[in-house]
Design a protein around this ligand. Sequence first.
Ligand SMILES: Nc1ncnc2c1ncn2[C@@H]1O[C@H](COP(=O)(O)OP(=O)(O)OP(=O)(O)O)[C@@H](O)[C@H]1O
Ligand SMILES: [Mg+2]
Length: 362
Amino acid sequence: MKIQHLKLLNFRNYEKLEVSFSPVSNILYGKNGGGKTSLIESIYVLALTKSFRGSVDKVVIMNNKDVCRIEGTILDEYENNYKIIIKDGGKKVKINNTKIDKLSDYISKISVVLFNPDDLRFIKDSPSVRRKAINLEISQINNGYLKNLNMYNKLLKQRNTYLKTMNINANSSSEYLDILTNKLIDYGEKIYLSRKKYIDLLNEKIGEFYYKICQISNLNLEYNSDYDNFDRKKILKRYKDSLNRDIILGKTTFGIHHDDILFKLNDYSIKDYGSEGQQKNAIISYKLAELEIFNKIRGNYPILILDDLFSELDMVKINNIFGLLNENIQTFITTTEIDKINKDIIDKSKLFLIDDGIVKDG
Ligand SMILES: Nc1ncnc2c1ncn2[C@@H]1O[C@H](COP(=O)(O)OP(=O)(O)OP(=O)(O)O)[C@@H](O)[C@H]1O
Ligand SMILES: [Mg+2]
């Protein structure tokens, strides 16, 4: 998958922009605050309709403007035109000028894998950050996943509400709770299996990439789930055992809504023992593994965006990372330090000098 052409109107510090990209390597360089991240952010928003910075959509609209527009020509099997228009009150999306009513029919048609310094949160933060990220990733390669997850969350809410009712009214029927618990397990099992399969696929590649970047072996992901080695009977018993506590707390304390993924380096958790650089390389290896899974399942590589890769990594590692990128992957790299990049990489890349919302071929 490649983005050939991009047009922006009132997006962050770009009032108007029209630019064409290389199908292989694009380097966006320039001083701090010029608009490098904003430019790659616009590609991300075009794909996923949401930014990776700021929780509200309207932050991407240029200050003092009412509406912004991103338009891109995407080459997949065919060439298609994608458009997103964002206003304070909402957003509209179009493919080849036809309005798409449901965002879910639009999201993920363009696949993008992003590395951003903020991604270190993926290792450092609480499990919910990791669950959210893998949910997004799996939903892009598995059609039924989001539906199952929504069903699970709906049932979890119903079960929690009913636990509160049971707490107030000791005569509440336990039959209804059993129905909810069984349904919850049905959907929980589906999610558990999808997550397990995805993490297994990541593990086929992540260690190899990590080794190639920093010559340290045995990086792998450990999937921790209450549903580990799924066995319905045992799981039912666990729900039964925790019932009294669940009623007092008014919530379900057991299930896949507590799942977590740990990055392990030779059995040590990288969250607790790894250096910043090791953590960064682990995330990059994860993203590269993700690219391979997408390619295997969807038949082409997502667009890869590496924002500010250079801070904290030495040039040997950076050049190792570049060595791992194949020519079928369209890559965007942002940096303030163009002179640090290997000459061979520069020669293969299209360069863009970015300053104050203006882009010049560099
Ligand atoms: N909604 C907005 N309207 C106008 N300008 C904005 C808006 N949001 C952010 N900016 C400005 O856009 C400029 C570009 O920011 P951006 O993060 O893209 O820079 P950058 O080139 O990635 O910098 P760095 O090298 O520090 O990462 C900044 O000056 C920022 O203050
Ligand atoms: Mg930036």
